[in-house]
Design a protein around this ligand. Structure first.
Ligand SMILES: [Fe+2]
Ligand SMILES: [Fe+2]
Length: 139
């Protein structure tokens, strides 16, 4: 997912949105089976969703930190503080997913798991918007 596509607004945005839409679909399934009390199905859906966040959004964050952010910083050294904030967002994504996996392993799916999946979804939307506006906007 690295390479030139990260540097183009349209391509980068479609990576963001594709991943978010898929996450939303899986969360919908998870909430439904959880509410129906199907514990085994809920665990399966929650593990699938955690893996989705890891293989899509967290892998995307890793590749941004490996090159894209550095390139943007070289182009505009004033972006230092902003990029530090974006990296902090990435850290929160990793931490929330780590917590979700721990809770599932210990307790199965509970409200804490659902809350964290909703939280990461909101944080990622805010993060993506900031990234698109300040690192990829036309200027
Ligand atoms: Fe990012
Ligand atoms: Fe991004």
């Amino acid at each position: 997912m690295s390479g030139p596509s990260l540097h183009k607004l349209t391509a980068h945005r479609s990576i963001h949105n594709g991943s978010l839409f898929e996450a939303r679909d899986i969360l919908e399934v998870l909430e439904q089976v959880y509410q129906e009390g199907k514990a085994d199905h809920a665990i399966l859906a929650a593990r699938t969703l955690a893996e989705h966040w890891e293989t899509r959004t967290i892998a995307h964050a890793d590749s941004e930190e490996e090159g894209f952010y550095q390139k943007k910083l070289e182009e505009n050294p004033d972006l230092g503080e902003f990029i530090t904030m974006l990296k902090r967002d990435h850290q929160l994504f990793r931490r929330i997913i780590g917590e979700i996996k721990e809770i599932i392993d210990e307790h199965g799916v509970n409200n804490d798991v659902i809350d964290r999946f909703k939280t990461i979804s909101v944080l990622v939307q805010i993060h993506n918007h900031d990234e698109e506006t300040h690192l990829l906007g036309e200027h």
